[in-house]
Write a protein that binds this ligand. Sequence first.
Ligand code: ADP
Ligand code: MG
Length: 301
Amino acid sequence: MKIAILSRNPNLYSTRRLKESGEKAGHDIEIIDTLHCYMDITSNRPAVRYKGEALPKYDAIIPRIGASVTFYGTAVVRQFEMMGTFSINESVAISRSRDKLRSLQLLSRKGIGLPKTGFARHPDKIDDLLKVVGGAPVVIKLLEGTQGIGVVLAESRKAAESIIEAFMGLKANILVQEYIKEAGGADIRCLVIGGKVVAAMKRQAAPGEFRSNLHRGGSAELIKLTPTERKTAVLAAKAMGLNMCGVDILRSNSGPVVMEVNSSPGLEGIESATGKDVASMIFEFIEKEAKPNKTKTKGKG
Ligand code: ADP
Ligand code: MG
């Protein structure tokens, strides 16, 4: 098959691994820099142009859209969908997952376990907002942060109030969330492809840190999921409409709670922690699913 990987950087581990395993499986793989794509959005024969030429019709695309380029990146994916190209993750699903608030609301609708979470812009009663999520300690998150940046632990009510006031002064949208202390600075990354958890790892925060992000010095190891955790991850992927994603779960006293769902999960940590060839599984899924016009929304909002 002719498959394009949309990625800003061909040297990233995930991009390299995808190219290598796609070629090993006999596919024709091209890496396209998302931000260098451009298009006539009004043409009745939609196309994507790149370096002065119209791109050929691919059988499938694998979007790897970084958080900082979500807006442009999803527009490019939408254009491919309008051409009838299969995208492993649809543009609408990528947009959904990028917004922490929208994601939590969608997951909540499906009855998936979540940390108690409040959303506010300018409440007159910060103490009531704190009460809603069970009081301090709480985790305060910038709505569009990533890699652990913009996630703060406020240990006392006073600290929480000052941080919330400071963020509000900056007109930032924030989530205030119950702190799942019993998770002990660890979370579980479940990699879901085509409705199945294909690999899972536990990430442990560095000493003195509560954020387990590998970018924040966390370490990863293989973990065995409980059936409930497995089911939760699959339901979360389904609620977001993502064929391929990383579902991050915390082990709370009341069972697994989903923290976030990532539509461009990195492959390096999970492949090295589990020894699994996740990149090849992505192609196996595409081989099975990518038929012309199989992208459900065909670019619809
Ligand atoms: P980001 O998108 O920046 O990765 P997350 O919501 O995933 O933001 O939070 C970063 C890390 O902080 C998580 O991986 C987890 O280790 C920790 N964390 C986030 N929310 C909570 C919470 N409610 N309770 C305990 N730890 C949390
Ligand atoms: Mg995270």
